[in-house]
Design a binder for this molecule. Sequence first.
Ligand code: FES
Ligand SMILES: [Fe+2]
Length: 436
Amino acid sequence: MPDPLVIDNRKDSLFQVDREVFTSQEVFERERELLFGPSWLYVGHESELPERNDFRTRDVGGRSIIFNRDRRGEVRVLLNTCLHRGASVCRHPAGKAKIFTCFYHGWAYRNSGELVNVPSAEDYAASPADVYGGLHTPRIESYRGFWFVNFSGDAPDLRSWLGTATYLLDLAVDQSEDGIEVLTGTHNYELHANWKLLVENSVDGYHAKSVHHTYFEMMMELGQTPPMLGDADTNGVPPAGLGTEFDNGHATLIYPGNGLPLANENVVRNLAELREKAVQRCGESYATAVFDLARNSIFFPNFVLIDLNFGMILRTIMPVAPDRTEVTSWHIAPRGLDGESLQYRIDNALTFWGPAGLATPDDVEALEQAQRGFTARNEVRWSDISKGLGKARPAANDELQMRAWWRQWNALMTGERLPREVDEFVPFDTRTPQGA
Ligand code: FES
Ligand SMILES: [Fe+2]
């Protein structure tokens, strides 16, 4: 592998990434081991498992897993690979099960993992249950209902890993005193592009005006001021917004929100009521952060939370090949919304973020074009991520967020630790609200 892959040149305020990292099979395999091994990876939200024996299967960190609530009510992650010869013990995307039975030879496991039945067990001199115990259960931890898994034995605990970035999850959860829930229905789509391009894109404020101009024009025609084009200063956040980096490669861009495009009076009034309750619970400054600002956040390596006033999504970005990526996206909402407000958010999920919405297809097109451009890597070797480098307070449309992420990438892949660029900056009251 050529060296270095990331150039962080503070003297000339230049930050460059070798395009090799978007195409190379070797880099792809090293990422699986060195990045996805020791990092905390988002699995799912507790609201997806409301009852005992509920399960969801999904792929996390390249492994097939079962995310479930066992018969005693405990949330678990089980590796979905039979101890006998490796077949999946659960082949359904979601459902209810007390026992998972492997369809290959019929070994059966309790939903807490123990191997409880082996057909023709008398033929084994040593009992497989005694020899193998149960399905592998990797380390899991949660923060306010968000469950993460770690496949490495010696990672720090989840809270240490998230650090101050837990605050970004708080701001989503605290929209309602009852927290948030994942809404039914999932968007799954695939990109013919490297996964890191979507990581960049998820916190890229620079592309919004050009790639999403159709959306902005539509909003302007409807008399709405798009985010990042407004003129208000919200709670210390300037109209152009701010980029912020946290330890361990997490980063966010924060900007004055876009209000509620196309919302009717009831929806507007309902959100105002939620905001008023948040003021009473957590104070005006915190409520301003929750309701009047918008955020695009990346939790290293591949978990995204986009928290706009008109809707929120969670996204995981899974590499399947150097030039292929699978994306899963869930819409989340404050618990207890009235039907109209919920419908409004679901409409936005479909028309803005959905695979046929106003935002996502344009992003996908941009990323697939970039991937095609990397075929000329021999002639044009470096991608530039320098925008705003050297500024004391990079704006939301600078690229601090991506550089923070790339520095963590570089540290895990090469062992070289590049110093941070700016101090953590949270432009409002960081008092932990009740329930945190
Ligand atoms: S592979 Fe599961 S029972 Fe044989
Ligand atoms: Fe975009």
